[in-house]
Structures are given as structure tokens and as C-alpha cells.
Design a protein around this ligand. Structure first.
Ligand SMILES: NC(=O)c1ccc[n+]([C@@H]2O[C@H](COP(=O)([O-])OP(=O)(O)OC[C@H]3O[C@@H](n4cnc5c(N)ncnc54)[C@H](O)[C@@H]3O)[C@@H](O)[C@H]2O)c1
Length: 368
């Protein structure tokens, strides 16, 4: 019987160093009988040689369009914009199922080429939970960015360009250094603390030296009394990690910040959830997403009041490409091992059903 095959394509999105398959997971797939092709990619955090060493076959950068159409292509982020028909089966985040800009034309490319999309964002287990997500490292990197922003703010400066770290230890060391050796003494509130992002945020805070009692961990039980919450104004950093499902009273407002006046302790808000333009955003004190080159946006405060800024970067795990890829890829692995049985394996049949549903809607939108 022919071996099941997978083709790891390069990522073309700027700053994206993560990978859907790592040398570790590629080796496990090879051990299970897969043949793995890997496009050479200098942007990827893992060296081509690391894949070669575990038995992957290296192929040219961005050569997947010429791969045989029966070889499934796996990647992480969106493909570059184009009108070229898509003939292959693609496993990736396509960001076209929630009516995002250009959603129907992306799906129409699959229709024209006869390809299939299995969107990683919609691979769920039997309980409806994502089989793999990047939350933990988003929270970890978000809390780190918040601490760096606070350190800069205390020196009267604005946090500058952020670049991906080679590993978690390097990030922790950098944050500790910026804070003068340790984060001990800082008080931080994490809301959504029981979730993936929240757990990552708390772990970073422990690793930079905060006392456990100085990490206020709130989740749904603590916020059900309804905000705004004075407790947030009384910490140095607030990290929001909730999964916003419905309208919820604001956690803090411009008004409560103003009322707190000169006595406010809160200096930095990290909105990991990044529901920036959502009408139910529980942090209605800013309205733009920040970036690696400009990680913070100032919040307007009255003259003489302490400064305050918001971090609202929506691709935080990119700051820790190695660990974020390892964790995501190993969570995805059990499903990938089932991919050759995708006509019967529930995780894949559900994803294909959703694709067909969205494709139908897209064709209607495109007037076909
Ligand atoms: N900025 C980024 O780079 C980035 C990366 C990954 C995920 N995210 C976003 O982070 C958010 C959280 O993702 P996750 O994977 O951690 O979700 P999750 O489901 O694992 O955890 C969310 C937590 O929020 C809690 N929660 C929900 N509503 C709440 C409320 N009103 N008050 C208090 N707690 C509440 C839940 O009980 C849960 O514990 C999502 O919106 C996700 O899209 C952002």
C-alpha cells in the first residue's frame, strides 16, 4: 500500500516563524508510516537540516503548487492573495469562515480548482473544544510584553520593536533584565485565568519571580458580579484572557480610569483576547491593534495622572515560535495520524462538512 504523504509548505506571512509540523512531530509521522515533504524555508524557526535529520524529504521553497494534487499540503497561515485555483487538499488556518474580508473569493479558489480546505481553527474534539490552539503561548508572550511595557514606562520610555525569541528561557531572561532582575513586588490581575491563554500568562509571571499571592487569578466566577472592577485599577498590569461569547459589563472604562485619578496603580493593560472591534469588548479604553514594531498604544489620561498603555497584539505566539509550534503540533498530531482515514474519522468529516457548507455560502456570495 502506498504511504500516506504530507507536504509542509513554507509560510509567506511576514514575521511568521512558526510551523504546523516540527521535526519532532514529523519524526512521529514518519515512524507511523508517513512520507513527509518539507519545503526549504529560511523564515521557519526550525532549520531545514532538523527535518532532514529525521527523514523528511526536502523540496524547493514555495513549490507546493507543482506538487502532485493527491499530496495534502499542510501549513499554518493564509496563502498569499491570488485568484489562482486551488487544486490540492489544504490543512491550514484560512480565516475565511467568519465573513472576514475577501472570504468568499478565497473559498471560490477551492471551488475552481476542486481542492478541499480543512481549517485548523475548526478541528474540534468530541466535546467541541479545539484539538490544537496557540493560546498558552499567547498568554505567556502577552504577559511578558506587558511586563516589558511597564519597565519601559517606568523609565519614561515607550516599548520599542519586539522580535521573536529563540526560546522561552531567553524571553524570561529579557523580561527579568528589563525589570532589574525580577518581577517580585509587581501585582498583576489575569482574567480568564483558567483558560489556555490565562494559564500561559500566570506561568510567565511565576517565571519572572512574582509571588503567587500577587497574581490575581480571576475567571467567570469572579466577574459574574458585573464590572467595572476597582480591583483592576489596583494592580500594576491587567492581562485580559477571556473567551468572549456574549455581552458582558465592561471590566474597566475610561470613566473609572479618570475617577481613580493620581492614585491609580494600573499602568499597563494587555488585551490578549483582542476583541478590539467587538461591540461587547469589555475593555473599551482603546480601539486599535498594536504591532511588534509599535507594541503599545497610550490611553488618554488627565494631566498629572500616571501614564497608562495598552498592548493589543493579535499574533502574540509568533514571539515564541519554537515552543508555540512544538505545543500546537503535538496537540494536532493525533488528528494528523487519522488524516489518511479522513473519510470516516469524525474530526475530519466534521471539518469537511463545514468546508462544504461555507463553500456553498461563498458561491452564493460570488453569484455563481
Ligand atoms: N492575541 C493573540 O495572539 C491570541 C492568540 C491566541 C488566542 N487569542 C484569544 O484569546 C482568547 C482566549 O483564548 P483561550 O484559548 O485561552 O480560550 P479558553 O476557552 O481556553 O479560555 C477562556 C477563559 O475565559 C473565561 N471567561 C470567559 N468569559 C469570561 C468572563 N466574562 N469573565 C471571566 N472569565 C471569562 C473562561 O471561563 C475560560 O476559562 C480568545 O479570544 C482567543 O481568540 C489571542
Amino acid at each position: 500500500m502506498a504511504k500516506p504523504q504530507l507536504w509542509l509548505r513554507c509560510e509567506t506571512k511576514k514575521f511568521e516563524r512558526r510551523a504546523a509540523l516540527t521535526p519532532t512531530t514529523a519524526k512521529k509521522l514518519i515512524d507511523a508510516g508517513f512520507e513527509i515533504f518539507v519545503e526549504r524555508d529560511e523564515q521557519r524557526i526550525f532549520d531545514d537540516s532538523e527535518y532532514e535529520a529525521v527523514g523528511c524529504k526536502l523540496v524547493d521553497n514555495n513549490s507546493w503548487p507543482n506538487a502532485p494534487t493527491n499530496v495534502p499540503i499542510i501549513g499554518l497561515k493564509e496563502l498569499p492573495e491570488s485568484s489562482e485555483p486551488l487544486r490540492h487538499t489544504h490543512i491550514q488556518f484560512a480565516h475565511c469562515y467568519k465573513n472576514q474580508a475577501g472570504w468568499s473569493s478565497i473559498l471560490a479558489r477551492f471551488y475552481r480548482g476542486g481542492g478541499t480546505l480543512y481549517d485548523l481553527e475548526f478541528l474540534n474534539d468530541a466535546n467541541g473544544r479545539r484539538v490544537a490552539a496557540f493560546g498558552y503561548h499567547a498568554g505567556f508572550a502577552g504577559a511578558a510584553t506587558g511586563a516589558l511595557a511597564l519597565a519601559s514606562q517606568r523609565k519614561g520610555k515607550k516599548l520599542g520593536l519586539l522580535e521573536p525569541y529563540p526560546n522561552e528561557a531567553a524571553m524570561v531572561a529579557d523580561v527579568r533584565k528589563a525589570l532589574g532582575g525580577s518581577g517580585k513586588g509587581l501585582k498583576v490581575m489575569v482574567i480568564g485565568a483558567l483558560g489556555r491563554c490565562g494559564r500561559g500568562a500566570c506561568d510567565l509571571l511565576r517565571k519572572i519571580g512574582l509571588n503567587e499571592d500577587d497574581i490575581l487569578k480571576w475567571d467567570i466566577n469572579e466577574t459574574k458580579k458585573g464590572g467595572p472592577f476597582q480591583e483592576i485599577l489596583d494592580v500594576d498590569i491587567f492581562v485580559n484572557c477571556i473567551y468572549l461569547l456574549s455581552a458582558t459589563p465592561a471590566f474597566i472604562t475610561k470613566e473609572t480610569i479618570k475617577t481613580a485619578g493620581k492614585g491609580r496603580r494600573l499602568s499597563v493593560v494587555v488585551d490578549v483576547s483582542c476583541d478590539t472591534t467587538n461591540p461587547f469588548n469589555p475593555i473599551p479604553i482603546y480601539n486599535v491593534n498594536t504591532t511588534f514594531s509599535h507594541p503599545t498604544v497610550p490611553v488618554e489620561v488627565a494631566p498629572g495622572n500616571p501614564p497608562m498603555s495598552v498592548v493589543s497584539i493579535d499574533h502574540l505566539p509568533t514571539l515564541l515560535p519554537r515552543e508555540a509550534s512544538e505545543q500546537f503540533s503535538s496537540d494536532l498530531l493525533p488528528s494528523v495520524l487519522e488524516f489518511p482515514k479522513r473519510e470516516t474519522a469524525r474530526v475530519w468529516t466534521d471539518a469537511e462538512k463545514l468546508f462544504k457548507q461555507k463553500l456553498g455560502a461563498a458561491l452564493q456570495e460570488e453569484g455563481r
